[in-house]
Write a protein that binds this ligand. Structure first.
Ligand code: HEM
Ligand SMILES: CC(C)=CCC/C(C)=C/CC/C(C)=C/COP(=O)(O)OP(=O)(O)O
Length: 307
């Protein structure tokens, strides 16, 4: 029996204020945004010495833009969220909010964010954040998520916009280091998400979402995770080669990267030997979050040490 079959389906109009405010926050997917903000703010310190007010504006604007994107994602995905155990208790499928309310909230957040970032920070920052919103809503959610196992590779580029936003907020422009930070998040996304997708195949199968393990099979997905991780590790060391970051970052990237590679390799080896691989896959999913946060923190610390 599905997890929330005993949950009462409330009328959207009957929602208590406390529940409504909690639902509005949950529409923004705050835990995911916490890491998006790390990948926005750390590049600001890697790019220069931002004032605290710029950092605050970028954090609020970035939260509103990503939160708006996540709310519109929940509006567009309300049918599949209703059939997946992981997402069935969200405000729309559980009947606590009407779809149109969620859409209006998401669009309002994104509009406010565009104005805040463009007016108080700079136009490029506002435009880049808005591009991330459009990429996530239209390219990933509306198009690729339901049509191709490459959904999270190409669509995943949306999640790589935050470092560009942070960089542009401090420098007013983009350069090759900013592009590398974009590519690092881009190549990080497949091992991050496919580790989870391997574990959630029943959900995605029920929702008919063509995630890689269901289309390519488990073993091929694991091979792809290994390749993306190898490219990711190479990319993380590139900025050291041309002097953008120093020894502290280099050592951090090597140690953190070796642990990620070890985890991804353990998943593949366990599957090859017919041993249980779900434990190692959970480890890779969880560790991928810590990996990205610490890698970006190391960039900022490195620049603080060498500046
Ligand atoms: C297409 C790209 C991505 C996909 C498909 C994806 C998918 C997911 C999914 C399905 C979850 C589980 C959430 C849940 O349990 O409700 C998750 C967790 C998470 N993701 Fe991603 N993700 C992507 C990119 C990113 C990016 C770019 C970041 C931040 C830089 C990120 C940060 C997180 C965090 C922090 C969690 C843990 C949330 C929690 O503990 O509740 N993800 N991701
Ligand atoms: C600059 C800017 C605003 C960028 C936007 C970045 C952004 C919102 C990235 C989110 C990435 C993500 C969590 C995808 C999961 O969607 P999903 O639909 O697969 O997850 P779900 O099944 O949990 O809904």
């Amino acid at each position: 029996m599905a997890a929330n079959e005993h949950q009462p389906r409330a009328d959207a109009a009957d929602v208590k204020p406390t529940t409504l405010s909690r639902d509005l926050v949950s529409l923004t997917k705050p835990r995911i945004i916490s890491l998006l903000l790390v990948t926005t703010v750390m590049p600001m310190y890697a790019a220069g010495s931002p004032t605290w007010i710029t950092v605050l504006l970028v954090m609020v604007g970035g939260y509103l833009m990503a939160g708006g994107a996540n709310a519109v994602n929940m509006y567009l995905d309300r049918d599949i969220d209703d059939v997946m155990a992981r997402t069935r208790l969200r405000p729309i499928p559980s009947g606590r909010m009407a779809p149109i309310q969620v859409l209006a909230f998401g669009v309002a957040c994104a509009t406010l964010a565009t104005w805040m970032l463009a007016y108080f920070v700079n136009v490029l920052t506002g435009m880049l954040a808005l591009a991330g919103f459009y990429f996530y809503v239209f390219i990933y959610t509306r198009w690729l998520k339901r049509s191709s196992p490459q959904n999270i590779v190409i669509g995943g580029a949306a999640g790589a916009f935050p470092p560009l936003v942070g960089w542009a907020a401090v420098t007013g422009t983009l350069d090759v280091t900013a592009l590398l930070l974009f590519l690092i998040v881009f190549y990080w996304t497949p091992p991050h998400f496919w580790a989870l997708a391997l574990l959630k195949q029943v959900d995605y199968g029920r929702a008919r979402v063509p995630m890689a393990p269901l289309v390519w099979g488990e073993r091929e997905t694991m091979h792809q995770m290994v390749w993306y991780t190898i490219i990711l590790l190479a990319l993380t060391l590139l900025p050291v080669l041309y002097g953008a970051f120093g020894l502290f970052y280099a050592l951090s990237a090597i140690v953190l990267g070796a642990l990620l590679m070890g985890g991804v390799w353990r998943v593949l080896q366990a599957a090859r030997q017919g041993a249980p691989w779900t434990g190692p896959a959970w480890w890779v999913y969880k560790y991928s979050l810590l990996y990205l946060a610490l890698l970006f923190l190391a960039m900022a610390i490195d620049r603080a040490i060498t500046r």
